[in-house]
Ligand binder design. Structure first.
Ligand code: GMT
Length: 380
């Protein structure tokens, strides 16, 4: 198949999922064309089946806001036509689903039939999308998609709750992980850099937005290190960074915390950690938790959104109510207190990650593509 993928090319989980999906499809012999405003961060190598088409919006003094969606639609028309794509798969509804709809209509007027699949990732539904300033367009674009997927049962449910006029049947296809990329042998050596005296290493990876509750990460860590020698690694960056730095000074924990900034492939740093903290307000799936488990790191997460579909309470880690830092710290101390318990949780975390191996999930997307193509082949 010839597939066009539209996504946010930056550090967000939806872009990571879209890029890894494209790479896996290309490895299976499909031709994959990424259509985005910059090269996806994890698309940094050559493959005969992978192509990248940049969407560039030219600046004009009249535009206070650049019309990205229109330029994207035009680019989609061009790429579909000239690369003879079979279908488009857009990740994150805003504004990708409506841009795909527009391209589809333009192409239909030229006798070209291009179906599009929309994958809902989270905040496009739970935060931004349900805002009245977006809602009618999102509802329309979802209904016009040839198929819609959501990354968890929880997100599917939230979509029907937040958008009353959705008529589409939503397929749940969970996020996935490429387990082969998590096979490190030099863990002990790297761990010494951050934990020279054998301290336990806690880690958090996110885009440091309010919804991630990074301040809870610091407070939990503060409680843990009062009982167990520990270090904290923070990977990522974002709007809460300044508040986090202020809080670590207030708690007097800065010497035990390393802020590493944005890291394109966090697998290696995850592999030196003993415990991952994800106390988010909401998380449609929590790809970061799955990445941690693939690196054999148990997870203490909140129990909101799709997290219960990813983290198994008492097995791959624990789940606590949002904001319950005492409970999170208590569960963290339980996991970290001795090597036998920690190793059991590490083993379980990896077992849990195996359920989401790409080998299990990729066929779900391929089958959906085939189904969509069969249904739409002769329709314009
Ligand atoms: O809202 C975000 O955090 C960004 C978004 C993204 O584009 O990375 O993340 C969402 O999609 C991820 C991939 O499907 C999920 O793993 C995250 O849970 C989800 N974030 C939220 O629901 C907050």
């Amino acid at each position: 198949m010839k597939i066009g993928i539209v996504c946010y090319p930056t550090f967000g989980g939806s872009g990571v999922v879209a890029t890894e999906l494209g790479k896996a499809l290309a490895a299976k012999g499909h031709q994959v064309h990424f259509i985005t405003y910059s090269q996806p961060v994890r698309l940094d190598f050559f493959s005969e089946n992978l192509f990248y088409h940049e969407v560039s919006v030219s600046d004009y003094p009249l535009f206070e806001y650049q019309p990205y969606e229109l330029v994207l639609s035009s680019k989609l028309v061009d790429v579909v036509k000239h690369e003879k794509l079979d279908l488009l798969h857009v990740h994150y509804a805003i504004p990708h689903a409506s841009a795909a709809y527009m391209a589809k209509q333009i192409l239909a007027s030229q006798g070209i039939n291009i179906p599009f699949i929309t994958t809902l990732h989270g905040t496009d539904i739970t935060l931004v999308g349900k805002d009245p300033s977006f809602e009618p367009v999102i509802t329309f674009a979802i209904n016009q998609s040839n198929a819609v997927t959501a990354v968890s049962e929880s997100l599917k449910k939230d979509t029907y709750i937040n958008f009353h006029n959705i008529k589409k049947d939503i397929h749940v296809i969970p996020n996935f992980i490429c387990l082969d990329e998590y096979n490190f042998t030099d863990v002990k050596c790297h761990k010494k850099i951050y934990a020279p005296n054998g301290e336990r290493v806690l880690i958090h990876v996110s885009n440091f937005r309010k919804v991630k509750r990074v301040d809870d990460v610091l407070r939990v860590f503060d409680k843990v290190r009062k009982k167990i020698p520990a270090k904290l690694i923070l990977v990522g960056d974002g709007p809460e960074r300044a508040n986090i730095e202020k809080l670590c000074r207030e708690l007097n924990t800065c010497d035990d915390i390393k802020l590493l900034g944005k890291i394109v492939n966090p697998e290696q740093v995850l592999s030196i950690a003993d415990l991952f903290l994800l106390p988010s307000e909401t998380e449609s799936f929590g790809l970061a938790a799955l990445e941690a488990m693939a690196a054999k790191v148990p997870v203490i997460s909140s129990n909101s959104g799709g997290l219960p579909e990813v983290n198994e309470d008492g097995f791959s880690g624990y789940m606590c109510n949002v904001g319950d830092i005492d409970d999170m710290a208590e569960k963290a101390i339980h996991i970290l207190k001795d090597d036998t318990t920690l190793n059991k949780f590490k083993h379980n975390a990896y077992e849990q990650a195996k359920k989401f191996d790409i080998a299990n999930i990729l066929p779900l997307y391929e089958n959906l593509y085939k189904e969509v193509l069969k249904k739409t082949k002769f329709k314009i």
